[in-house]
Design a protein around this ligand. Structure first.
Ligand code: CIR
Length: 255
């Protein structure tokens, strides 16, 4: 089956995104839209068939589509995002996925953001963050465990989401920044530590062809990943980084 990536265009209200620190100067929808177009092109060149969910001008954070659904084996969990302003982003994404997969729904009080979900082979890790609670982790486990996947709940450190500070290079190799979580969670995996002050430098995206997409403003990460023998592609997503989003946040990948 072809690898598919769902994306969602940049809304007119992008400047109103939730952000830990108010961006100064304000976010630019125009710049973000240009960067988004290049991101989509990089996904296509990396082997993904890209499916665009219609943009929603009234939902500023809706380009961060990763948070709205997670693909768990042969099933999809439509999330209930931790930030209340983001909950209405979910239905159109669940609708787009529904034609391909059985879609399960998360019910209150459970909360989960897709940025807290990481799958490496048969291991699933779910970050316990300000956006994802224990009930959210249980919702993942209820779908993952019957499919033979193990689920580990991971207290996140000083990051928004688990994947704000780590990501998989392949099913056994993890790019990890110390702010993300305790390193021992990933005992048994090959860990590549990312130095520096910005945990988002550890957020990269596996393309369908095995190459790794790295944010252009994280050149040190690009060198680290290349030194491990992976092909590297870079793309500028700096406008999204100013809204606390990384590379993975901008798509839902189905491989
Ligand atoms: C938010 O705070 O929800 C958005 N401004 C950023 C979401 C980033 N998503 C992700 O890390 N998966």
């Amino acid at each position: 089956m072809a690898a598919v990536a769902l994306v969602r265009g940049v809304p007119a209200s992008f400047a109103e995104c939730v952000a830990a620190t108010p961006p100064d100067p304000p976010l630019s929808q125009e710049v973000a839209a240009e960067q988004h177009a290049r991101y989509v092109a990089a996904l296509e060149q990396g082997g993904y068939d890209v499916v665009a969910v219609p943009a929603d001008d009234d939902r500023p954070d809706s380009s961060f589509i990763e948070d709205t659904a997670v693909v768990i084996g042969a099933r999809v969990l439509a999330t209930r995002p931790g930030h209340p302003s983001r909950r209405d982003e979910v239905a159109p994404v669940a609708g787009a996925l529904g034609g391909r997969y059985p879609v399960h729904r998360v019910r209150a009080p459970a909360m989960i953001d897709g940025g807290d979900f990481l799958k490496m082979g048969s291991s699933v890790f779910v970050g316990r963050s300000d956006r994802t609670n224990d009930e959210g982790v249980s919702a993942v486990a209820a779908i993952a465990e019957p499919q033979g996947l193990s689920v580990t709940s991971v207290p996140v450190g000083r990051v928004l989401h688990l994947k704000s500070g780590l990501s998989a290079l392949d099913d056994s190799t993890l790019l990890w920044h110390p702010n993300a979580c305790d390193r021992s969670v990933f005992d048994g995996f090959d860990i590549v530590e990312v130095p520096g002050v910005d945990p988002e430098a550890a957020n990269v995206l596996r393309l369908a062809d095995g190459r790794i997409l790295v944010a252009e403003h994280h050149q040190e990460t690009a060198s680290l990943v290349a030194a491990r023998g992976f092909g590297v592609v870079t793309v500028d997503v700096s406008e999204f980084a100013r809204a606390d989003g990384g590379l993975t946040c901008l798509s839902i990948r189905i491989r």
